[in-house]
Design a protein around this ligand. Structure first.
Ligand code: 5GP
Length: 321
């Protein structure tokens, strides 16, 4: 009897005991780093809540990021805090939403099941519609390692949303068979590229894979935004960094492969590069994958249709039915 009680107490105390043991054993450096990370995460969550409250970001946008990317700060928001940060949504409404959608008040945005996700999304969409809220045109930068499938995703998006402006880059590399000047790229000489830089005509540019220069012409991007059209840029990670620095409101999306082996397999089966070129591209890919956390959102390209839909959602596009 006594031993049973002791065991029960032991089990009850176990989590706190474990936490204190872990604290004692954790090296000081790790503890400092962990507490810094916790402070940074709290700050990031507070800044999202502030964006929601002052209308800088829509609730639907924050929700979509949180459900698409489990590693995002948005995913770590408690559903209660998230709903309460939505302008004109009070505690009573928050409670009724959670209970009608069968969601526990302890749930976080990233922890909802598929049915709960769909229900919250449709609640947010109909709320936005009834309040006459529209998403603003935005620049979305799609980056990711070689052969991850950016081209396929882009093609799928343009098929469904031909109104999106896909930026055509300038490059110094030679056209591949079948590539058309002005459609796939603007193929320019190194001298012409120098002139574009000197005249500040590029929004960003970079040397990619250690060989050729690629850059985004500034004019068409600015013109599209002015006329209410969203812009998609498919550029490398150095370019993504530059765009974010010039245009903090742009959204950077990192397309990841389901695994490293799958990435190498996709590159090999594409068969457009020599073995030496493939090695160089995989080296760049390793560096690029290491910087995935610099991006606003990470989308896994496991199933093309789903990944394309997620990028479309992040662009704030919806098909009119
Ligand atoms: P490819 O030579 O295979 O067409 O493209 C090689 C890489 O160049 C891709 O990873 C692509 O994302 C990147 N790239 C294409 N256009 C641009 C651009 O305008 N700027 C930057 N920074 N990278 C680009």
């Amino acid at each position: 009897m006594r031993s049973e009680k002791l065991l029960q107490n032991g089990l009850r105390l176990w989590p706190s005991l474990w936490r204190s043991v872990a604290r004692v054993n954790m090296p000081t450096v790790d503890r400092v780093a962990a507490s810094r990370a916790a402070v940074a995460a709290r700050r990031a969550r507070a800044s999202i809540k502030a964006d929601l409250s002052n209308g800088t970001r829509t609730a639907l946008d924050v929700f979509l990021v949180g459900t698409i990317d489990a590693d995002s700060v948005e995913a770590s928001l408690r559903m209660t805090d998230f709903l309460l940060s939505i302008p004109a949504l009070g505690a009573k409404k928050m409670e009724s939403v959670l209970s009608s959608l069968n969601i526990s008040s302890r749930k976080r945005v990233g922890g909802l099941g598929p049915r709960q996700r769909a229900a919250v999304r449709s609640f947010l969409e109909s709320r936005a519609r009834s309040r006459g809220e529209h998403s603003r045109p935005r620049v979305v930068v799609l980056a990711g390692p070689t052969a991850v499938g950016k081209g396929t995703i882009v093609a799928r998006i343009l098929e469904e949303f031909p109104e999106v402006h896909m930026s055509v880059s300038a490059t110094t590399r030679a056209p591949r068979p079948g590539e058309i000047d002005g459609v796939n790229y603007f193929f320019v000489s190194p001298e012409e590229f120098d002139r574009l830089i000197a005249e500040n005509q590029l929004l960003e540019w970079a040397v990619v894979h250690g060989t050729q220069r690629y850059g985004t012409p500034r004019g068409p991007v600015e013109e599209s935004l002015r006329t209410g059209v969203s812009v998609l840029l498919e550029i490398d990670i150095q370019g993504a960094r530059q765009v974010k620095a010039h245009m903090p409101e742009a959204r950077t999306v990192f397309l990841e492969p389901p695994s490293w082996d799958e990435l190498a397999r996709r590159l090999e089966s594409r068969g457009t590069e020599t073995a030496q070129e493939r090695v160089r591209r995989l080296e760049t890919a390793r560096e690029e994958l290491a910087s995935r956390h610099e991006f606003d959102v990470r989308v896994v390209n496991d199933e093309v249709g789903l990944a394309a839909q997620q990028v479309v959602d992040l662009m704030g596009l919806t098909k009119e039915h």
